[in-house]
Design a protein around this ligand. Structure first.
Ligand code: 5CA
Ligand code: ZN
Length: 411
């Protein structure tokens, strides 16, 4: 699939400390240690509706990782998927009397526009599920051959399931106990009661075609990929096993990332799928979880249509720490707008107080598990000083502006 356009990134003199991130599986903040090319996979949208602020917050968070790596001189091989075949697409398309593919293409196009407006750096590989069906078929063949997957003995719909016990280490990514796994499996798209499964939490990897659903040919019959295997195949085939960061919202910790890891580790044993599993907190609206069922979604495209500056959306969403579940409020937007206006006023001054220390602090706080609240305080501090007391350094406003542009994505 076509990705979106790259925004230019200024180079900023000096370097910061190496990036440290919280890893869900190890339950601690530890250094990320990429090679020359840093590798990241972030779970993309299911394009049946427009991008809301929860999605945006997640992509903005991983954009910071991308920017910090680039600042440290790494090439970044960033991969993202689009779940462009899934039940929600069929349901929405049927409701609105349109083709599910047309719906998916339109919402994906809108997503690209939103990402560009928010100045999110594009993935190098932006891959749809439809595009990767052959990759999934190959994986399922391997899993069936090794015994990691089995066909449910059902003459009508021979779906293929992955055994949760196919890898010894299953469960390490989430660290959840069995009751928690069962609860999330049922709540987040699983089918615990499907007759013929060996274990309630075994995950589907190939769904046999039902009437009215799309299907692709495979050695195990017409059908379509399961969800977790889509991400396992797309990531493994592009950045390989043991890549640096697997990202997504905390709603993906289980079953999605657990099973993506287990699928991949059944294909390439002996190595962790990702070296870091990084999860963002959930964004809510006025204290309630933002979700389709509650009907309380705030769309990026709606805000753009209301002439809200996307940079203020970025500042507002990153004002609190990324791992925190947090709320979007009218107040949060107003504060972000005021903050951004102060920053910009200070960046536009002809001179200001020396800025090297401020730039070092921005880098240091961001490298510490993306501590945006502290990094933003440092920017506030320099801006207040510059606006109130001035300064004689003619390079300083440009230096802070470039650092904020390169590292935070705002100008
Ligand atoms: N297509 C799958 C991933 S393979 C999917 O979860 N799509 S999604 O459209 O539902 O979500 C896209 C991304 O936004 C995922 O990383 C998800 O974890 C994240 N996300 C969804 N809702 C929120 C929210 N309220 N706050 C923060 N992140 C969210
Ligand atoms: Zn995914």
């Amino acid at each position: 699939m076509q990705s979106w356009s790259e925004t230019p990134i200024p180079t900023v003199a000096g370097t910061g400390p190496p990036l440290r991130l919280y890893d869900t599986s190890d339950r601690q903040v530890r250094p990320v240690t990429p090679g020359k090319t840093a590798t990241m996979y972030v779970c993309g949208i299911t394009p049946y509706d427009a991008t809301h602020l929860g999605h945006a917050a997640t992509y903005l968070t991983f954009d910071l990782v991308n920017r910090l790596w680039r600042d440290a001189g790494h090439d970044v091989h960033y991969v993202q998927n689009v779940t462009d075949v899934d039940d929600p697409l069929f349901e929405r398309a049927a409701r609105d009397g349109e083709d599910w593919m047309v719906l998916g293409m339109r919402e994906t196009a809108l997503f690209r526009e939103d990402m560009e407006a928010l100045r999110v750096l594009p993935p190098r590989d932006y891959i749809g599920a439809v595009e990767s069906v052959n990759e999934v078929v190959e994986f399922v063949e391997k899993m069936l051959a090794s015994g990691a997957a089995y066909v449910v003995d059902d003459s009508q719909y021979p779906d293929v399931y992955f055994r949760a016990d196919a890898t010894e280490q299953f469960g390490y990514e989430s660290g959840y106990d069995r009751p928690t796994m069962e609860r999330f499996f049922a709540e987040r798209g699983g089918d615990p009661d499907r007759p013929g499964k060996r274990d309630k939490i075994d995950a589907i990897v190939w769904r046999a075609q039902r009437p009215g659903e799309p299907g692709w040919p495979s050695p195990f019959g017409m059908g379509r990929p399961g969800w977790h295997i889509e991400c396992a195949a797309i990531a493994l085939n592009r950045i390989g096993s043991g890549f640096d960061v697997q990202g997504g919202g905390s709603d993906l910790i289980f079953p999605h990332h657990e099973f993506s890891a287990a699928h991949a580790e059944s294909i390439v044993p002996g190595r962790r799928f990702a070296r870091h599993y990084v999860h963002t907190g959930m964004i809510g609206l006025d204290g309630e979880k933002m979700s389709k069922s509650r009907g309380n979604l705030v769309f990026v495209s709606k805000l753009r249509a209301q002439q809200v500056d996307p940079a203020a959306v970025r500042v507002g969403l990153l004002a609190e720490h990324y791992r925190q579940d947090r709320s979007w409020t009218a107040d949060a937007l107003e504060q972000a707008q005021a903050r951004l206006a102060r920053w910009r006023a200070a960046f536009a001054l002809p001179t200001g107080p020396a800025a090297e220390d401020t730039v070092a602090r921005i880098r240091q706080h961001l490298a510490d598990d993306l501590d945006t609240p502290k990094a933003f305080d440092a920017i506030d501090g320099w801006s207040e000083n510059a606006l109130r007391y001035g300064g004689s350094d003619a390079d300083a406003p440009g230096l802070v502006a470039d650092a904020v542009d390169a590292l935070v994505g705002v100008r």
